[in-house]
Design a protein around this ligand. Structure first.
Ligand code: SF4
Ligand code: SF4
Length: 304
């Protein structure tokens, strides 16, 4: 009979560096649009796996020698190709044993009804504002689980101020996938405490001032992720030359909302988009770089 050890060993063989299994009962009280039990009502557990993003990509962005590979390989390839093959193979193993495996990959371009945020990694996001349930008591489709909540319940890590999942051994340099299943696997304990200690390093590091004590403003981030700050090496002297707010924008001082952010996107095409509409990351993901360094330092001091 299929057990947790076999799942974890297969996940590692397929390329995951972390694998945890969470009890679906712990999602009790979760918004039905986010609840894995809305997807598989007789589900028992959720399997969470983390795929590593090579840290060299962050180093080349930090040294400003190469940006495109982070987006094309570290984001697009992992989420659009690697994650899918990984999920299908692990899912097949579960279904071959007679259980259901509901595979959950990142859904970059969609937001559940009522979620007004965006995903800075893609050219546009669509809120499912016109969706409605098929019957009373049913959730509004599409149900999209909260990866941060799922990672905590699987015992993998917790979400930081910058919105990324932080883990003790890999910091934030990871992409996540999940499988909801009715297989009766032994579950891990949820992650206790918080990986984010509120040190504020990410607030200081973001060139677009997108992060505050209250979290990350995704629209502000989307503009500076695309390279609106003067630290972007692809920016020419004539960038926004007729825009009266040029200085405020390139210094990261202007505040953007959804409308003003979208209006600026056409001026921020410094490098081509990749397949599936991923936009190149030109901020160097500085929020994650400083956070991962901070976590490493805390660990070396035994403060984790
Ligand atoms: S850099 Fe500090 S404040 Fe920011 S997410 Fe990481 S631990 Fe939290
Ligand atoms: S450093 Fe980049 S990814 Fe992080 S919050 Fe700022 S703009 Fe967004």
């Amino acid at each position: 009979m299929l057990n947790a050890e076999q799942i974890k060993s297969k996940a590692k063989e397929l390329g995951a560096v972390l694998c945890g299994i969470g009890d679906l009962k712990l999602f009790e009280g979760t918004d039905p649009q986010r609840n894995p039990l809305s997807i598989l009502p007789n589900g028992k557990c959720i399997i969470g796996c983390a795929i590593p993003v090579p840290k060299g990509f962050y180093k080349t962005m930090e040294s400003k020698s190469q940006f495109y590979t982070y987006t094309s390989l570290g984001v697009k390839y992992i989420d659009e190709t690697f994650a899918e093959i990984f999920l299908l193979r692990l899912g097949n193993m579960i279904e071959d044993e007679g259980y259901d495996a509901c595979l959950q990959r990142n859904v970059p371009g969609m937001r559940i009804k009522g979620d007004k945020t965006t995903n800075p990694e893609v050219k546009s996001t669509y809120e499912l504002q016109f969706a409605s349930p098929v019957a009373e008591g049913k959730p509004v489709p599409d149900v999209i689980i909260d990866f941060g909540q799922a990672a905590r319940i699987c015992g993998l890590g917790t979400t930081g101020l910058h919105g990324r999942i932080i883990t003790p051994d890999y910091g934030t340099f990871l992409r996540f996938v999940f499988i909801i299943t009715d297989a009766p696997l032994e579950c891990d304990k949820p992650f206790e405490g918080e990986m984010c200690d509120g040190c504020g390093e990410c607030i200081k590091a973001c060139p677009g001032r997108a992060i505050s004590e209250n979290g990350t403003d995704s629209w502000q981030c989307s503009v500076y992720y695309r390279g609106a700050h003067k630290s972007n090496p692809f920016m020419k002297d004539d960038f926004l030359k007729d825009n009266p707010e040029r200085e405020a924008i390139i210094n990261g001082e202007k505040r953007f909302d959804s409308e003003s952010a979208k209006a600026l996107y056409p001026s921020l095409r410094f490098l081509p988009e990749t397949h599936f509409g991923y936009v190149p990351c030109l901020c160097g993901k500085q929020c994650e770089v400083v956070c991962t360094k901070h976590i490493k330092q805390m660990k070396s001091r035994g403060e984790e």
